[in-house]
Design a protein around this ligand. Structure first.
Ligand code: SAM
Ligand code: SF4
Ligand code: F3S
Length: 540
C-alpha cells in the first residue's frame, strides 16, 4: 500500500462521484459506482468523507470544462492537510479530451481516464493505491464492436441502457465526436438480453441512450429474420440501409420480447432529424388493428411500450444557420416530421435543443428560431449560447455575435418558450395519466392547490392535506414532471399510480391520486408490476 505525502496509506474504501453533463455521463457515473462497489468499496455520503473522489466532466461548452476543473480545486482545498487525503481522479469527456494537460492545471490530481476506459477504473484505483501517480487511461477502443452489460447500483424501477456510442455527424460546433469517438452499436440480441436481465430485477422503465440513438445499428448486419420496410426519411439525405439492424427494428423487438412483458415504458435520447425515419415516426402510432391506426392508413401499428415523448434537437430555425452548423437538412423537412408525428400521436410531448449566437446568426435568423417555437409547440426546450470549441470546424469561423447579444437572444427565447409551455402544460388539465413514482418531491411545501381547471403557479404554502400526507413526484408518459399528494405512510417509490391532472405551471403538473396501489392490494388485487424492489428512499 502506498503512502500519501502526509505518510498515511492511500487505501480507498469509499468513493464519491460528482457528475457534470448529459444523461450519458449520468449513466457512465452509475457504471463507475457499480464497478467500485464490485471492488468492495462503499459510497460515501459526501466528498469530504470519501477516500476516492471522482469527477465525471463535460466539455460541450467552455463553461462546462471550467466547472469540472474548478470543482477539482474545491475538493483539493477541502481535503488539503487532512491526515488521509483522498485519491482524486477525473474522467468523462474532460478526461478524454484534456488527458495529461489536466496535471498541469491540477498537479494534485492522481489520474485521468476517458469515456472508453471506464471499465479500467478498478485497476487504475489499485495502481494508485500501490503508489503510482499521474496515470492516464484515455485511449479510444479501436475495435469496431460495441458490447457491454448495463450496470446499475442497487435495484431500481428506472434504468438507462446504452445502445450505441460515439457520433459520426460532426456538426460544425460540436466537440462530442472528439470525446466519444466513432459510432458503434450493440446488437439487438445483446440489448434485449441486457434489458431482460434488468426487467427481472424490477426495472419498469428504460431510457435507451446514445448521442444519436436513431442511427442505431449502422454496420451491424441484420442476421435475424427481422424484416422491416426500408427506412424512408422525409428529410431525404440518409437513405434506407438494407440488411442492417436499425432503431425501429430494435423498438419492435423490445415490444414483442416476452421476457420484457413487465417493462412499461421505453424512452430514448438523443436523436438527429437526419435519422428520424418515417418508420420511427410510425412506432408512435396506436396499436395495430385499432380504428385510429386504420384511419391513419398504417400498415403496421405502433410500439405499445414507446412513451409518447420525443426529444429531437433542431438547433436553429434558420436554414442559413442550419447549413453552417452542418446539420444537413432544411427546417421545412423537420416541420414535416413534426406534423406527421403529431398526426399519428397528438399527445406526444416534444422537446428540443437550440443554440443561439452561432457565427453569422442575424436578428432575422433568430426570428426564424422564435417562429419555430410557435410552429412546433414544444413542452420544453434546452437552449444554449454558442461557445466555440477548439478543434471543431465552427471554431475557425469568427465568433461574431457579441456575448451581450447571445445572452439577450437566450433570454428572449426562454421567455417566448415559457408562454408556450404554460399553454401546453395547461392542456393536460383534466386528463388521467399513469405515473411511475420516482420519489418524494424536493419541495414538500411547494405544491399547487389541486384546483381543477385552473393553471396555478407554486403557492409556496402547504395546502391543508390530511395529516401525514406527503408530496410525491414522477414523470407522465409524455415526459412531464407531475407532483401529487398521498396520505399513505408507505413508500410509493417505484410504483405506478394513476392521477388526474388538476393544475399546471410552465414547469410541472399537479395531479390528484385516483388509484392508490395499496388500496388495491388491500382489496386483494395483486399488482405484480408494482412490487419492484427499490434502491433507496428518502423518508420525509
Ligand atoms: N447528440 C445530441 C444532438 O445531436 O443533439 C446532443 C448533443 S450535445 C451533448 C447537447 C446539446 O449541446 C446540443 O444539442 C447542442 O444544442 C448543445 N451544444 C453542442 N455544442 C455546443 C456549442 N459549441 N455551444 C453551445 N451549445 C452546444
Ligand atoms: Fe454533436 Fe451533432 Fe453529434 Fe449531436 S449529432 S453529438 S450535436 S456532432
Ligand atoms: Fe458533455 Fe460529453 Fe455529454 S461533452 S454533453 S458529457 S457527451
Amino acid at each position: 500500500m502506498s503512502q500519501s505525502q502526509s505518510g498515511a496509506p492511500r487505501e480507498a474504501k469509499s468513493f464519491y462521484v460528482k457528475t457534470f453533463g448529459c444523461q450519458m455521463n449520468v449513466a457512465d457515473s452509475e457504471r463507475m459506482m457499480s464497478l467500485l462497489a464490485e471492488k468492495g468499496m462503499t459510497p460515501a455520503k459526501a466528498a469530504s468523507e470519501a477516500d476516492l473522489i471522482l469527477i465525471n466532466g463535460c466539455t460541450v461548452r467552455e463553461k462546462a470544462v471550467h466547472k469540472a476543473v474548478s470543482q477539482l480545486g474545491v475538493y483539493h482545498h477541502e481535503t488539503k492537510g487532512s491526515k488521509k487525503p483522498p485519491i482524486i481522479g477525473i474522467g468523462g469527456c474532460v478526461g478524454q479530451l484534456e488527458k495529461q494537460a489536466l496535471f498541469k492545471r491540477a498537479p494534485y490530481l492522481d489520474f485521468v481516464f476517458g469515456t472508453d476506459t471506464i471499465d479500467n477504473l478498478p485497476e487504475i484505483v489499485s495502481r494508485v493505491e500501490n503508489g503510482e501517480r499521474h496515470i492516464v487511461y484515455a485511449e479510444f477502443d479501436k475495435s469496431m464492436d460495441y458490447s457491454t452489460e448495463t450496470k446499475v447500483l442497487g435495484a431500481k424501477a428506472q434504468a438507462f441502457v446504452n445502445i450505441m456510442k460515439g457520433c459520426d455527424k460532426y456538426c460544425t460546433y460540436c466537440i462530442v465526436p472528439f470525446t466519444r469517438g466513432k459510432e458503434k452499436s450493440r446488437t439487438i440480441d445483446e440489448v434485449l438480453n441486457d434489458m431482460a436481465r434488468l426487467v427481472a430485477t424490477g426495472v419498469r422503465e428504460i431510457t435507451l441512450l446514445g448521442q444519436n440513438v436513431n442511427s442505431f445499428g449502422k454496420g451491424n448486419p441484420n442476421t435475424k429474420d427481422r424484416t422491416p420496410r426500408e427506412l424512408q426519411n422525409r428529410i431525404g439525405k440518409v437513405g434506407p440501409r438494407e440488411g442492417e439492424e436499425n432503431f425501429p427494428m430494435l423498438l419492435r423487438a423490445i415490444d414483442s420480447d416476452p421476457r420484457l412483458a413487465k417493462l412499461r415504458w421505453i424512452r430514448f435520447t438523443s436523436s438527429h432529424p437526419l435519422d428520424f425515419s418515417d418508420e420511427l415516426i410510425e412506432c408512435y402510432a396506436p396499436v395495430a388493428g385499432s380504428a385510429r391506426a386504420e384511419q391513419l392508413g398504417l400498415q403496421v401499428g405502433g410500439v405499445s411500450k414507446l412513451a409518447p415523448q420525443l426529444h429531437l434537437p433542431v438547433q436553429s430555425g434558420s436554414n442559413a444557420v442550419l447549413q453552417k452548423m452542418g446539420r444537413h437538412h432544411k427546417i421545412e423537412g423537420y416541420f414535416e416530421q413534426m406534423d406527421r408525428l403529431r398526426e399519428i400521436c397528438p399527445d406526444v410531448g416534444l422537446s428540443t435543443d437550440l443554440i443561439v449566437g452561432f457565427p453569422t446568426e442575424t436578428d432575422e435568423d433568430f426570428q426564424q428560431t422564435l417562429k419555430l417555437l410557435d410552429r412546433v409547440q414544444y413542452d420544453n426546450i434546452y437552449a444554449f449560447a454558442y461557445s466555440p470549441r477548439p478543434g471543431t470546424r465552427a471554431a475557425k469561423l469568427k465568433d461574431d455575435v457579441p456575448n451581450s447579444v447571445k445572452n439577450e437572444r437566450l433570454n428572449t427565447l426562454l421567455k417566448h418558450q415559457l408562454a408556450i409551455a404554460e399553454k401546453r402544460y395547461a392542456s393536460r388539465i383534466g386528463k388521467e395519466m399513469e405515473i411511475l413514482v420516482e420519489g418524494l418531491a424536493r419541495h414538500q411545501n411547494m405544491v399547487d392547490a389541486p384546483d381543477a381547471g385552473k393553471s396555478a403557479g407554486p403557492t409556496g404554502q402547504k395546502k391543508d392535506y390530511p395529516a401525514g400526507s406527503r408530496v410525491w413526484t414522477g414523470h407522465t408518459p409524455c415526459g412531464r414532471v407531475c407532483n401529487f399528494v398521498s396520505d399513505s405512510p408507505r413508500s410509493l417509490m417505484g410504483r405506478f399510480v394513476r392521477v388526474k391532472i388538476t393544475a399546471s405551471t410552465s414547469l410541472s403538473l399537479t395531479g390528484e391520486l385516483i388509484h392508490d396501489p395499496f388500496e388495491a392490494e388491500r382489496s386483494g388485487e395483486i399488482l405484480q408490476e408494482m412490487s419492484a424492489p427499490i434502491s433507496s428512499e428518502i423518508v420525509g
